[in-house]
Design a protein around this ligand. Structure first.
Ligand code: SF4
Ligand code: MG
Length: 335
């Protein structure tokens, strides 16, 4: 099959016992070869923790995986010994982060940093590694790569550093690239260039992408499918086109409503009122109820179940559950 990654009921917790923070609370998703899945949501919804959990890189000592499965072509990554996991990281699954400066080593030339990935995953050393590093810098659109390969991160602009991060990620020729807000720290023009670059590389290499973002524009330009996260759960999943035609979850709809007008692009995003509830509790209500204009009694008494149609479109909301008809709908049926 084309299935590359299958995540089933993934649970990430910080701390132990009843007060543990359930940062990721039962995420399930699938990514096909060559496909881009966008994980969309506000910060603090568990998007980054989901990504880090897939690579078993959760912040220590408190963060841990409390349940679920992560299958890479059927191989359970959560059951691998750490040494096996090191071959997966950077080799089969690579990750790029929002802030390149936190992941680039300031005292090592970019060539040596790319060279470390090439040594670990491609067995390349010395001149062969340098030559390949130059090729990779060229591939990500860095001018004069033969000179740049000997430079240090501080000699590069923000956009260049992000391109170096992408080159490092590509060095291991991964099947899956996880990109966590890869362009958020860049200005709008550079952002567009880096996203286009990632699309081009994906077309050439056939790698799949898990793209973590809070930006609907990035989803529109990049994603094949989208999974919307809220308070540690996926609340909607759909093809990009279906999602943009008709977002179903009230949270998804708020994300669209918060989009700035095209002529007010320079203004800050409208913020959705309210905050994500604290995740150190067990929920006996919809997690979005306090911010939802459609909420009714049922929403405050019962967590909505995940409802999925045969086309793989899913939503977690009582509005779509025939077992819990909305009072307005029930009244219409009675009349
Ligand atoms: Fe809103 Fe109720 Fe749906 Fe939650 S379950 S999103 S509160 S309508
Ligand atoms: Mg994040």
């Amino acid at each position: 099959s084309d299935k590359l990654l299958t995540v089933r009921d993934l649970q990430v917790r910080f701390g132990a016992g009843e007060g543990a923070v359930r940062a990721v609370d039962g995420i399930s998703l699938e990514i096909d070869r060559g496909e881009t899945l966008a994980l969309l949501g506000e910060s603090g919804c568990g998007k980054s923790m989901t990504a880090l959990a897939l690579l078993r890189l959760l912040p220590q000592p408190a963060g841990h995986i409390a349940g679920g499965q992560v299958l890479l072509e059927g191989q359970d990554l959560l059951a691998l010994p750490e040494v096996g996991m090191r071959r997966i990281r950077g080799g089969r699954i690579a990750m790029i982060f929002q802030e390149p400066m936190t992941s680039l080593n300031p005292v090592m030339t970019v060539g040596r940093q790319i060279g470390e990935v090439l040594a670990a995953h491609k067995g390349l050393q010395g001149r062969a590694a340098t030559a390949r590093a130059v090729e990779l810098l060229d591939l990500v659109g860095i001018p004069d790569p033969a000179r740049r390969v000997d430079e240090y991160p501080h000699q590069l602009s923000g956009g260049m550093k992000q391109r170096v991060m992408i080159a490092m990620a590509l060095a291991g020729e991964p099947d899956l690239l996880i990109a966590d807000e890869p362009t958020t720290a860049l200005d709008v023009t550079i952002q567009a260039q880096v996203l286009e670059l990632m699309r081009d590389i994906q077309r050439e290499t056939g790698m799949a992408m898990l793209l973590i973002t809070h930006d609907l524009g990035v989803v529109a330009g990049m994603a094949d499918r989208v999974a919307v996260m809220y308070a540690g759960q996926i609340v909607e999943q759909a093809d990009r086109r279906a999602f943009f035609e008709e977002p179903r979850h009230p949270y998804s709809r708020k994300l669209f409503a918060a989009l700035p007008d095209m002529d007010k692009r320079d203004r800050p995003l409208t913020v959705i009122p309210g905050t994500v509830p604290p995740l150190n509790q067990r929920f006996h209500a919809c997690r979005f109820a306090e911010r939802c204009e459609s909420a009714w009694q049922t929403c405050r008494e019962l967590e909505p179940a995940w409802l999925e149609d045969t086309g793989g479109r899913g939503v977690r909301c009582h509005l779509y559950d025939p077992n819990h008809p909305h009072p307005a709908a029930a009244a219409a049926v009675a009349a």
